[in-house]
Design a protein around this ligand. Structure first.
Ligand code: GDP
Length: 365
């Protein structure tokens, strides 16, 4: 399963945030395929469409979909001693599919900052530079040989050398690999390099309790937003401390507490949705009277593969998928009405499933 790693300098609030994540944690009985690991937090993906479908269908049971955050800080604790981020840290980042970088945007004199003052941009650059240096090392290890073979007219090596040189240029100016524009062919070469800075990133601005309702006055957040905008990255504002409290609540209680705080959606819920999408994940639904359920697929997956998310038999015996978009279904009011309105399509093996599709698979056993 794809996972988003939580990283950041010491004392920025990673553990507090991860604690909120495990606190909010999904009921693992519903997700037997998920990892049991103290450094992994399973979260349910908040999705208003699931509530809406539940109202329409009135099933016995509603099951959200889930995914995993990995706490890189927790893995690192004790594993790497001494200065710097350490090789362990880097190897753990290598294993995640997207990076959520927590940055400290709260001033608190009682909590030491590693570099002496709160400076989110310098924090971001410290981590990003470390990752760039690690990637530079990977590139340098290969570029000499690739260049030599390229000169001997080896086609694959020529392609590799071209990509490595582009990366080297980027790293020399402290730019991450994800900022380089590659063709699809080049991207295949890049994939083999297992780079750290090719992974998509979002920034989690951790603000104080006072700023959570209206972070616009927080100049640290402004700076993070400006920085992130330059690399087309998203910024999620949270107050990790309050998220810990919110995570203990559910349903109406949670709603009331959020209203008291003056926020519409908890920072953690926003983070979950943003990380999900950063991982390239999307959701389709099944909606029967027994169960209304959200399922995760990777954007670009076709109908049989999506059926396989439920069970491998569904993929093997796939015939067709009755498909209606969430919007069409809601507009029609119920499944039969949608059918009568001609909104239920019969999709075959080549159909690329879309976010929000409501699907009923037909398959041979
Ligand atoms: P980590 O080293 O990045 O895992 O940081 P921790 O989660 O351990 O947090 C470091 C310190 O900052 C702890 O004393 C937390 O209570 C405090 N802290 C974390 N988040 C917040 C926050 O949103 N507001 C305030 N005031 N303190 C926080």
């Amino acid at each position: 399963a794809l996972t988003a790693g939580i990283v950041g300098l010491p004392n920025v609030g990673k553990s507090t945030l991860f604690n909120a994540i495990t606190q909010a944690g999904a009921e693992s009985a519903n997700y037997p395929f998920c990892t049991i690991d103290p450094n992994v937090g399973i979260v349910e993906v908040p999705d208003y469409r699931l509530q809406k479908l539940t109202e329409l269908v009135q099933p016995k049971k509603t099951v959200p979909t889930a995914f995993e955050f990995t706490d890189i800080a927790g893995i690192v604790k004790g594993a790497s001693k001494g200065e710097g981020l350490g090789n362990k840290f880097l190897s753990h980042i290598r294993e995640v599919d997207a990076i959520c970088q927590v940055v400290r945007c709260f001033a608190d004199e009682n909590i030491t900052h590693v570099s002496g003052k709160v400076d989110p941009i310098s924090d971001i650059e410290t981590i990003n530079l470390e990752l760039i240096l690690a990637d530079m090392e990977s590139v340098e290890k290969r570029i000499g040989r690739a260049e030599k073979l390229a000169k001997q007219k080896d086609k694959d090596s020529a392609a590799e050398f071209e990509v490595l040189a582009m990366l080297r240029d980027a790293f020399e100016t402290e730019k991450p690999a994800r900022s380089v524009e590659f063709t699809e062919e080049q991207l295949k070469v890049v994939k083999h390099l297992h780079l750290l800075t090719i992974k998509p990133v979002l920034y989690v601005a951790n603000v104080s309790e006072d700023d959570v309702a209206d972070p616009s006055g927080n100049e640290y957040v402004q700076k993070v937003r400006e920085y992130a905008a330059k690399e087309n990255a998203e910024v999620i504002v949270v107050c990790a401390k309050i998220e810990e409290e919110i995570a203990e609540l559910e349903g109406e209680e949670k709603q009331m507490f959020l209203e008291e705080l003056g926020i519409e959606e908890s920072g953690l819920d926003q983070l979950i949705r943003a990380a999900y999408s950063l991982l390239g994940l999307a959701t389709y639904f099944t909606a029967g009277v027994q169960e209304v359920r959200a399922w995760t697929f990777r954007k670009g997956m076709k109908a049989p593969q999506c059926a396989g998310v439920i069970h491998s038999d569904f993929e093997r015996g796939f015939i067709r998928a009755e498909t209606v978009s969430f919007d069409d279904l809601v507009a029609a009011g119920n499944y039969n009405a949608a059918k009568e309105a001609g909104k239920v399509r019969l999709e075959g093996k080549e159909y690329e499933v879309k976010d929000g599709d409501v699907m009923h698979f037909r398959f041979n056993v």
